[in-house]
Design a protein around this ligand. Structure first.
Ligand code: GLN
Length: 303
């Protein structure tokens, strides 16, 4: 069966699912999103793309933005970044503060909120948030080959008003000397990066730089592609990362907007979107969709 037929089959099967998880409501703007939406898109290494469902509806990429800021930070700082953030799975919720206390304000990895705030702080150094966000949008637009990608200011404002946990994380790290900028400044940039909106079609195309082996634009070196994928595999789904690796077998990064970006190295970039989340804050139907696709295509980094 070809890729398009497999996608159509997955779409048909998942359309019948009633339990779609719960839409994130701690960011009020995200609580307003219609949970009935679903999309899946795949870009193969040869550049061909197949999509089903609401693949042209923009959604809030939220934590998927952390993949792009990490790529920029590694380009800018190289291995110096690792003095400030680790590379281990946390086994805790994405917004947990628990480990920071015991580990001197150095977050476990760049994908939990604390780690992503440090990454944003690191690339902010000496720049205005506007400049950083401009660079980030340029990176994502280049990756996707599409200039029609923007920040939703309402979502950013909504999170700025309610993001008390992120303020707590930022202030805590500042107290430990692991935040260079005032927390307000770093979080202003962080909330706006999370509020970038993309369609599933655009996200799959933006993921091509992670395919490696000549598939997609070369925005970072092949060695870095492998390392970003390794981090996505171990930490991309927070305390659900083990489950995602077990079920899907591919590196992936989720966001509370219900998006998932996954990579089949050498073969494809995959984007899935369904706003309802599971208990770990990862898209319920999105995970199922990527799992079904990986299984039917025979894609796994584990053989
Ligand atoms: N902006 C969200 C937050 O900081 C991102 C979290 C996520 O997508 N898991 O809480």
């Amino acid at each position: 069966m070809d890729t398009a037929a497999i996608l159509a089959e997955i779409h048909a099967e998942l359309s019948a699912r009633e339990d779609r998880g719960r839409v994130a409501d701690y960011i009020p703007e995200l609580a307003r999103v219609d949970p009935a939406q679903f999309a899946l898109s795949v870009v193969l290494a040869d550049g061909s793309q197949h999509s089903v469902g609401d693949a042209r509806v923009p959604f809030s990429i939220q934590s998927i933005s952390k993949v792009f800021t990490l790529a920029i930070a590694l380009g800018r700082l190289g291995d110096r970044l690792w003095a400030r953030v680790g590379r281990e799975p946390s086994g805790h919720a994405f917004n947990s503060i628990l480990q920071l206390e015991g580990e001197g304000g150095r977050p476990r990895n760049p994908f939990i909120n604390a780690g992503a705030i440090v990454v944003t702080d690191a690339i902010l150094a000496g720049h205005q948030p506007k400049e950083l966000l401009g660079e980030l949008l340029r990176f994502i637009r280049d990756a996707a080959g599409d200039d029609d990608i923007h920040i939703n200011a309402r979502v950013a404002r909504s999170e700025t008003r309610t993001g008390h946990r992120n303020f707590a994380l930022a202030h805590f790290m500042r107290a430990h000397g692991n935040l260079e900028n005032p927390p307000d400044l770093t979080l202003g940039a962080y909330f706006h990066q999370c509020a970038i909106e993309m369609t599933c079609d655009q996200l799959a195309r933006a993921g091509r730089f992670l395919i490696g082996a000549g598939g997609g634009p070369r925005l970072v070196s092949p060695g870095r592609v492998r390392r970003i994928n390794a981090l996505m595999m171990m930490c991309g789904h927070y305390d659900g990362s083990g489950e995602f690796a077990y079920r899907v077998g591919l590196p992936g990064k989720s966001g509370v907007g219900g998006g998932i970006l996954a990579v089949a190295p050498g073969r494809a970039a995959i984007a899935a979107w369904s706003p309802g989340l599971n208990a770990q804050g990862n898209s319920k139907l999105g995970t199922e969709a990527v799992e079904m696709l990986a299984r039917r295509m025979g894609w796994s980094v584990f053989g």
